[in-house]
Design a protein around this ligand. Sequence first.
Ligand SMILES: [Zn+2]
Length: 267
Amino acid sequence: MKRNKLQLNFALVILTLLCAITVRTAVFTKPSIYRSSAWLGEAKTATIEFDDPYSDFRNARYSNAGLLSEADEIKLGMQLHREVTKRFRLTDVGLDRVERLGQRCARASLRPNLLYKFHVIQAREINGFSLPGGQVYVTSALLRLANDNELASVLAHEVGHIVARHSLKTLRQKQDYNEIAKSLGELTGVAGDVARDLGVALGQMVGEGFLAVHTRDEEREADFLGVRGMTRAGFDPQGMGTLFSDHPDAQERIENTRYEIARMRRR
Ligand SMILES: [Zn+2]
C-alpha cells in the first residue's frame, strides 16, 4: 500500500516537474475536482459523489483539422529537433530503453500511426517534453530515477500532448504563425534560405520553451491520455504519480489519475 502510494507520488511529481516549469496560464475551470454531496437518507448514510475530472476529454476526437497538416507538422518537428540538438547534449545512454517503452506507449495511443522519435538529453534536471511531429525528450537524470512503469507514465503523458496537438494549438496563437506555416509549406530540405529563416524563428521558440509550455487543462488532458495509453500498452498506471508533491498541481493530478485508475478497474 505504502509502496503504491510512493510510486504514484513519484511519477506525478516527475510530471509536475516537467510541466510545472511549463504551466503558462493557470486557468481554473474547475476549482475543485470533488463535489461532496452528502445527504441524509432514511438510514442516515452519507454518500460522496465524485466529479469526473476528465469529462471534457472522454469524447474528444483528434486530428490536424484547423492546424498545420500532418506533413507540415512532421517537417516542423524535424526543424525544431535540429534546434534542440544545438541547445542540448543528446546521449545514446539509456536510449534503447526509452525507445522500447516509448514506442509501446505510442502504438497504444490514439495516434498510433505517427513516426515517434525518442531522445535522451544529458542533464541533471528531471525533465521531459515533447514537440510536434512525434519528437519526445527525457533527461538522463529522469532515466536514472524512474523504473519502467514510471518512465512509461512520463512518455505516455508526452505522447498525449502530441496526440492532442497541444503545441500546434499553441503555435497557431503565435503572431507570426502565418509566416511559419508558409515557410513550412515551402520547405523542401534542411538547407537554403527558407530553412535558415525558419531556423531562427524556431530556435527562439525552443530557447523560450514556447512549444513545450502547456496550460493546466492541457496537462490534465495529457494525464488522461497518458494514463489510459500506458494501461493499454500493458504498464501499471500506478506509475503515474509525481516526484514533488508539494507542487500546487501535484495533489490534484494524483487524485485525478487515481480516479481514472479506479474507474478503469471497475470496467
Ligand atoms: Zn505535460
